[in-house]
Write a protein that binds this ligand. Structure first.
Ligand SMILES: Nc1ncnc2c1ncn2[C@@H]1O[C@H](COP(=O)(O)OP(=O)(O)OP(=O)(O)O)[C@@H](O)[C@H]1O
Ligand SMILES: [Mg+2]
Length: 291
């Protein structure tokens, strides 16, 4: 994905990289495989249909689409918290059939246990993952990740005493603290102010890169996707057309051609950045709600 060839190609012809990604030859080795997924809450009107994609080990994939197109539903199926109407998902060659501590989830609505402090919310997850750990090991792991999201001062507070952005940070710390094989992030930075958002993006994405973490992330923020993702899935909404209803789908996969060692500060100076950004914004404005 991040080959020299891709970068050379980008310098020569940036737009060439912005067409749909060629079908990758990784179907056998892909860490995560999603095949022909559809979900209908109302019969005969699936929110989305025939959604297929793969994620390689260590790859960071973002999905972008308008509200209601089904992003959270896809993520919930990957988390094993919801079932698809048809289709299959495999992680590490095993079909996903329920929740697992091998997948860490940051929910769109933080989903903390309100009666437990920040420390205990995270310790609960850490102990579930490593039941044999001593109290000292659990304490160290919890404090490391609470500190990473800048919440050390609030570690013994309960969720009701925290702001929305702070609760979201607890959710992030909890997902990262169990060091899962795959992270599923549903707009994890959505409720954070710009400054905190930037700091946490940098800190956590440093960990993701160092540990070669595999990530599937939902975002509404085009720049965030360009900063973080190796590949961006563009998802369209289901629409009523004159010839009938068309379910939502993955309309396009865009390979991010920018060098992986990019930062927020230099993003907009990189060759290819504006082409990529315009391509995604055009999709959202012109194509995401029409088939
Ligand atoms: N449990 C449910 N029962 C019925 N309809 C549902 C349920 N969950 C989701 N939906 C519907 O499915 C569609 C997709 O919902 P989903 O939450 O996946 O969208 P989304 O792309 O994550 O949107 P947003 O960007 O606003 O978070 C919406 O129309 C929603 O109303
Ligand atoms: Mg959602």
């Amino acid at each position: 994905m991040w080959s020299e060839a891709a970068n050379r190609q980008n310098k020569a012809a940036p737009m060439a990289m912005l067409t749909a990604a060629p079908k990758k030859e990784h179907s056998m080795q892909a860490f995560l495989k999603v095949e022909g997924l559809s979900k209908a809450f109302v019969p005969a009107k699936p929110v989305f249909a025939n959604v297929s994609f793969t994620i390689d080990k260590g790859e960071f994939v973002c999905i972008i689409g308008h509200s209601g197109c089904g992003k959270t539903t896809v993520l919930n199926v990957l988390a094993g918290l919801d079932t698809a109407t048809s289709g299959h998902c495999f992680m590490d060659n095993r079909e996903i059939s329920g929740p697992s501590l091998e997948r860490g989830v940051v929910f769109q609505s933080h989903a903390l246990m309100p009666w437990l402090s920040v420390r205990k919310n995270i310790a609960f997850a850490v102990l579930s993952r490593w039941p044999d750990w001593s109290a000292t090991q659990v304490k160290a792991q919890v404090e490391t990740f609470v500190s990473l999201v800048g919440l050390s001062a609030a570690i013994d507070k309960k969720p009701a005493q925290l702001s929305g952005g702070m609760k979201q940070r607890v959710g992030i710390a909890r997902a990262f603290a169990i060091q899962p094989k795959m992270l599923l992030l549903d707009e994890p930075f959505g409720a954070l102010d710009a400054l905190t958002r930037g700091t946490i993006q940098d800190e956590l994405m440093g960990i993701v890169r160092d540990t070669q973490q595999t990530v599937f992330m939902i975002t509404h923020d085009v720049d965030e996707a360009i900063l973080l993702a190796d590949r961006i899935l563009l998802m369209s909404n289901g629409t009523e057309n004159p010839d009938g209803y068309a379910p939502g789908r993955i309309a396009e996969e865009v390979v991010n051609p920018l060098p992986r060692q990019r930062s927020r500060a230099d993003l907009h100076h990189l060759p290819g950045y504006y082409d990529l950004r315009n391509h995604i914004v055009d999709f959202l404005v012109k194509r995401a709600k029409a088939h």
